[in-house]
Write a protein that binds this ligand. Structure first.
Ligand SMILES: Nc1ncnc2c1ncn2[C@@H]1O[C@H](COP(=O)(O)OP(=O)(O)O)[C@@H](O)[C@H]1O
Ligand SMILES: [Mg+2]
Length: 465
């Protein structure tokens, strides 16, 4: 049993799905074809003999009526001819009572058993002396006697033979057709899977996610009305599109980053080369060069750190937790106060926002907030307040600086984008890109506006529920 199961498992492992499906479909159809043919054969045979058996039973009744007084021995003549009436004989239970004349029909132990009532009447096929097929009915006659009635069975016999050969031909054709059908079913049924496999293999080999699986022509089926393979192919294509997008996004990030790093690195090298010839410089020149070098180094470091942050696309699932926003905001504002002592920060937390929780990563959310607060402080004129407010649905950061020009508004969240006027201030242009990315990862929406009365207003709309 277990050996057979192991064998089956090995068979399943070795054969390709297509062969397995073809063999299984063919086998199922073949079993049905053979079963139907066998059933038809038995029904036909039963019907053919039923007629004959009824004749025999009638003859037996007739003989019992007409010859009940006769003793053992042959009652009616030979049944050598096709159309001849039934031949019959009476057989005693006791062998000693047998007549002197030989019997016409074969007398066996079951015949005697019927005669003395030990056995029920029965039908049997036998061969007539001339080699022709016959059918015989044995039933009880008088007390301790049996009557045997026989007829030639050529017609029934021939019918059965013909039925057998015809039905085996039909069954054989059925098996052949089922083999062809199984092959066809597996070919057409698995064609989309074959295409899917080929596409997946091509992508694995070329590492090119631009390939797509061809979907069946025609309008896409309504939701839930497509077959499984089409749905699988659609899902696979969606996945490929996302993969392609993600690969492209990373490629853009790397291209942008190397482009943006080139300028500060060139400046850095110039200053480093200048300092290498320090003995040719005046003290003032040396101080200026080393100051610039330090600043540029910090800038590049900041840029690289921001890039690393930005490259982390999705939040790792295990770090997700319920983050309480009110304390997180308080903490971020306190940190900003320490960082920008000259800027007065005001914080207002609405009463219904005090217990507000969102699922997310606390460190990332506070990074988002820090980026907004840093920008606000950076662009604020001396002494102007930065106003932070948290309600149950949104978090806003507003400053009284120059604000964002109308034409810059669509771009401030782009990577490395810095408005004309902001280029003099330190920064990488990555802060807002990162902030928006963190917001999206948390299901929130981050937007920039021009605040009424001047200044910039950043609004983080929280996911509700
Ligand atoms: N509070 C603000 N006031 C005015 N302009 C802003 C403000 N915040 C951001 N910006 C504009 O958006 C640009 C992108 O901001 P950000 O991505 O943080 O880069 P960075 O701060 O490094 O310049 C800034 O260069 C500036 O032009
Ligand atoms: Mg910034």
């Amino acid at each position: 049993m277990s050996a057979r199961r192991r064998l089956g498992a090995r068979w399943r492992r070795r054969r390709p799905l297509r062969t397995r499906l073809a063999v299984m479909a063919a086998a199922a159809v073949a079993v049905v074809a053979i079963g139907v043919c066998a059933a038809a054969f038995f029904v036909i045979r039963f019907k053919l003999y039923q007629q004959l058996d009824q004749n025999l039973a009638q003859s037996a009744t007739l003989i019992a009526q007409q010859h009940h007084a006769e003793g053992p021995g042959v009652v009616t003549g030979e049944c050598r001819f096709l159309g001849a009436p039934a031949c019959s004989q009476v057989v005693p239970a006791n062998r000693a009572a047998d007549p002197a004349k030989p019997y016409l029909l074969p007398v066996t132990e079951p015949t005697r058993a019927v005669a003395d009532g030990r056995r029920a009447p029965y039908y049997a096929n036998f061969t007539l002396p001339g080699g022709k097929p016959g059918r015989m009915f044995t039933t009880t006659f008088g007390k301790g006697e049996a009557v045997q009635v026989a007829l030639r069975a050529d017609i029934a016999e021939r019918g059965v033979r013909q039925a057998a050969s015809l039905l085996s031909a039909v069954g054989g054709a059925g098996v052949l057709l089922s083999a062809v059908g199984g092959y066809w079913v597996s070919r057409t049924g698995l064609a989309p899977i074959t295409r899917l496999t080929a596409t997946a293999e091509r992508i694995a080999a070329t590492r090119d996610a631009r390939h797509r699986i061809e979907l069946p022509p025609g309008p896409p089926g309504r939701e839930g009305h497509e077959d499984e393979v089409t749905r699988l192919a659609t899902t696979f294509n969606t996945m490929l599109a996302e993969l392609e997008e993600s690969v492209a996004a990373r490629r853009r990030l790397v291209a942008d980053a190397s482009h943006e790093l080139r300028t500060p690195l060139t400046a850095l090298r110039t200053n480093a080369e200048l300092l290498a010839k320090a003995d040719l410089l005046t003290d003032a020149q040396r101080d200026r060069a080393s100051g610039a070098l330090g600043r540029q180094l910090r800038e590049v470091t900041g840029l690289v750190n921001d890039l690393i942050e930005l490259a982390r696309e999705a939040e790792p699932q295990p770090l997700l937790e319920e983050v309480r926003l009110a304390p997180l905001t308080v903490h971020a504002v306190d940190a900003a106060r320490g960082h920008w002592p000259a800027v007065p920060f005001t914080l207002r937390v609405a009463r219904d926002a005090e217990g507000l929780c969102v699922p997310g990563v606390a460190a990332r959310l506070s990074r988002l907030l820090t980026n907004l607060l840093d920008n606000a402080a950076k662009f604020s004129p001396p002494g102007a307040p930065v106003e932070v407010s948290l309600t149950a649905t949104a978090l806003t950061v507003r400053d009284h600086g120059p604000g964002i020009a109308e034409e810059d508004l669509p771009y401030v969240f782009d990577r490395f984008y810095r408005a004309e006027k902001a280029r003099a201030l330190p920064g990488s242009g990555l802060g807002l890109a990162m902030a928006r990315q963190i917001a999206h990862a948390h299901g929130a929406e981050l937007t920039a506006e021009r605040a009424p009365g001047g200044g910039a207003l950043f609004r983080l709309v929280l996911p509700v529920g």
